[in-house]
Design a protein around this ligand. Structure first.
Ligand code: ADP
Length: 743
């Protein structure tokens, strides 16, 4: 027997077993024969259902068939067994043969056939579940599922979704339906549905399956788009078709709407007057462009798709263009103006680019609308040219030298008058730094003059120089000039360079010099007769020419005072003219500054007494320094007499000498009328007198401070003052400890 087989006696001991039993249950003959069934194989066969069969059922029925037992064996795992058992009586002699028993009486035995049906059971189970699955799929599916069978290819089955899709009342109505009733006469490609259907079926039968789009018709006449999959199913020798139909009319509708909006977009995109260009934000490569853009750039659309932002702008502008692109990609700005764009042929045009950020398949793109502004720029340029031409005519006809510089000091304009003045032709000067062309020196020293032009460019300040400045011509000759530099501001009020106007001052300077020389000569000539007059007045006063009456004596006193005043005036004029001519000599020798101060104070003590003014001295002990005693005397004389002059009676005048690290500081402080603030700047000018001084006192010349400042400027010293109107004034003078310098 192929199946495992046991012979068991009434006490349930195994009397005999076949080979199949041993191999199937992995036990040996030795372990088996003579064992009770419940002890067999370490009690593995102690199966309650089996014991129940053998002990209870079999004695009554004698025969039991297809009794199923399911049991977990330790050695071989879970098994399902189909048992067939029969109780038989075997004559003693036969029994002995098979059991080796030596009893005389006949014996009852049980024959037990064990069929291992584990695998079959498993297969059945799987079949069931797959059947169930198919059935639930079939009935629950939203897709219509149906079967068609040859040769007529009529429907033989259809799931509930099929009935719903085709609007059939029930299965019967659907199955009664000829297939041609479920399609319109023709498909969208114009072919007859009947013919095309046959072809589709043919392909499915040949290849096993066929997937295609189909227009169906519901029983109410409504047509719809569907995806159809036909699959061949083999059943024995016959095969039939299984059809799945999905209604895609909704998708089609969405698809159509999408197509329409895409069409609309395409039209707008392609017909737009502005160039449109889509660039991927990260790589800056172009993704799409419209026709206008292609025309603008001179590249075909295909070529554009291989380019990126860096390919369509001049190289030198790229950093700026890319910075604008980044700002637009971040949404910080949506308009980049005046962007230079390089065409395929290398020519440049300008565009304003307005952008918006779009997402395509989750990737961000910058969509730019390019508006060509070349024409607009040309127009602007033309206007600019007209403006410039006008300006040029004005500038070239100006009588003064004129130069314009950019923010870096480069000359951008240089008119003919300045070309004449500097000796540099305009063509040569333009484009150079102004310092390479214009060289200015101080008239007296020939040292470089302070560079006010750079200051104007840097600080946007207007500066002017009115004297002592010479321009050195290309050929080395010098011309006296005055100049005025003014900043140029652009439309955003940003300092953008400067304009400088030069005026040839040599004629004025010549006239000035002639005047000064005349004053110098005249005052010099006047000194000789004045000396004689003074000497004779003195002889009369000293009664060297005889007695004089008290009346005569008074008249002589007035005469002497006026004559001395005139001498002072003439001397002062002489000094001024010498200074202006640059021939005033400074002769520094070892000088005691405080001694000179004391001398001047005692000279002026009478005047002070008359005005009830007190002198307060504060002199630091100092050793002598190198200075011109005549000049120091002039300084003390002027400052102290001014203090007396411009003080009302009754007050203090402080005179100080302080030694600083590098200078000696002289000061004279009064409590007088002060100097009005808006006149401060003019106090050191030649012949200048403040308005309040002029009103109260007509005796001054307005030359003293001018002389002091001119001398100090040329000898290493300084003079300045603090003053409050009606409160008082302090004049300060410094003289370098190293001594006055003579020039
Ligand atoms: P002046 O002969 O007029 O005094 P200066 O050159 O010495 O000429 O002074 C010029 C002007 O400065 C004076 O006219 C006066 O207006 C002003 N000034 C000078 N010193 C004083 C002072 N101590 N107090 C007020 N004003 C003064």
């Amino acid at each position: 027997m192929r199946e495992p087989f046991l012979v068991i006696n009434k006490k349930l001991r195994i009397v005999s077993a076949n080979n199949s039993f041993y191999t199937t249950f992995k036990v040996s003959e030795k372990e088996t024969i003579g064992q009770t069934l419940s002890n067999l194989g370490n009690n593995q066969w102690n199966i309650p259902k089996l014991i129940h069969l053998l002990k209870k059922i079999l004695p009554k029925k004698m025969v039991v068939t297809n009794y199923e037992v399911d049991h977990e064996f330790k050695s071989i795992g879970r098994k399902t067994m189909n048992l067939n058992a029969r109780q038989i009586l075997i004559p003693n002699n036969v029994a002995r043969l098979i059991t080796r028993a030596d009893k005389d009486n006949d014996e009852e035995f049980i024959l037990l056939a064990i069929e291992d049906i584990t695998e079959r059971k498993q297969l059945e189970k799987e079949k069931d579940t797959s059947n169930n699955r198919y059935h639930s799929l079939f009935s629950e599916s939203r897709d219509a599922i149906m079967t068609l069978e040859p040769p007529t290819w009529r429907f033989t089955d259809g799931n509930p979704a099929t009935l719903k899709m085709f609007k059939a009342k029930n299965q019967a109505e659907f199955l009664a339906c000829e297939p041609w009733r479920l399609s319109p006469k023709r498909q969208p490609d114009g072919r007859l549905s009947s013919e095309k259907a046959k072809e589709m079926i043919g392909i499915a039968m040949k290849k096993g399956s066929n997937f295609f789009e189909w227009v169906h018709k519901r029983l109410n006449g409504e047509e719809f788009f569907a995806n159809v999959r036909l699959s061949r199913v083999e059943r024995g020798k016959n095969s039939f078709l299984h059809a799945e139909v999905r209604d895609i009319s909704e998708n089609k509708k969405i698809e159509n709407e999408r197509k329409e909006s895409e069409e609309l977009f395409k039209n707008i995109f392609n017909e737009a007057g502005d160039g449109i260009l889509l660039a991927e934000i990260k790589s800056k490569k172009f993704y799409m462009a419209n026709k206008t853009m292609s025309l603008m750039l001179g590249y075909s659309l295909e070529e554009i798709s291989h380019l990126g932002v860096s390919d369509i702008h001049p190289k030198k502008n790229l950093p700026y263009v890319i910075s604008q692109f980044r700002k637009q990609a971040k949404g910080e700005i949506d308009l980049a103006r005046n962007i230079p764009i390089k065409k395929k042929n290398g020519s440049i045009f300008y565009a304003d680019i307005r952008t918006t950020i779009v997402k395509i398949e989750k990737k961000p793109y910058l969509m730019g609308f390019f508006h060509d502004i070349t024409e607009h720029r040309k127009l602007e340029q033309a206007l600019e040219d007209i403006r410039e031409a006008k300006e040029k005519t004005i500038l070239s006809s100006i009588g003064d030298g004129l130069m314009a510089c950019d923010i870096n000091g480069k000359i951008t304009l240089f008119n003919n008058v300045l070309a004449e003045l500097s000796g540099f032709p305009s063509k040569e000067a333009i484009g150079k730094h102004y310092q390479q062309v214009i060289s200015l020196v101080i008239e007296e020293t020939n040292k470089p003059a302070q560079d006010f032009i750079t200051q104007t460019i840097k600080e946007g300040k207007t500066n002017s120089i009115s004297n002592h400045t010479m321009i050195i011509k290309k050929d080395g000759t010098r011309i006296a000039v005055t100049y005025r530099s003014s900043p140029i501001f652009d439309k955003y009020s940003k300092n953008n360079g400067c304009v400088v106007i030069f005026r040839d001052f040599s004629d004025e300077r010549k006239i000035d010099r002639a005047k000064t020389e005349f004053v110098s000569l005249a005052s010099h000539q006047l000194r000789t007769p004045l000396t004689s007059i003074n000497w004779i007045i003195e002889q009369f006063s000293n009664k060297n020419y005889g007695e004089i009456t008290p009346k005569q004596e008074n008249a002589l006193k007035t005469l002497s005072a006026s004559s001395h005043h005139m001498t002072d005036l003439v001397n002062t004029l002489l000094k001024v003219s010498l200074i202006d001519l640059g021939t005033f000599a400074i002769k520094p020798i070892s000088t005691d500054i405080s001694t000179l101060a004391n001398e001047v104070l005692s000279d002026l003590s009478m005047e002070a007494k008359m005005k009830k003014l007190k002198f307060l001295k504060r002199f630091q002990a100092i050793s002598k320094i190198k200075a011109d005693p005549v000049i120091i005397r002039i300084i003390w004389q002027n400052l102290i007499s001014n203090a007396i002059h411009y003080s009302p009676s009754g007050g203090k005048i402080k005179i100080g000498i302080i030694k600083h690290k590098k200078d000696l500081l002289l000061s004279v402080t009064d409590e007088g009328i002060g100097i009005p603030e808006k006149e401060h700047d003019n106090i050191f000018n030649k012949l200048y007198r403040a308005s309040n001084a002029e009103k109260n006192d007509t005796g001054g010349s307005g030359l003293g401070l001018y002389i002091i400042k001119s001398i100090l400027d040329n000898s290493g010293g300084k003079i300045w003052f603090n003053s409050n109107k009606n409160k008082g004034t302090t004049f300060y003078v410094t003289i370098p400890l190293s001594g006055m310098t003579s020039k």
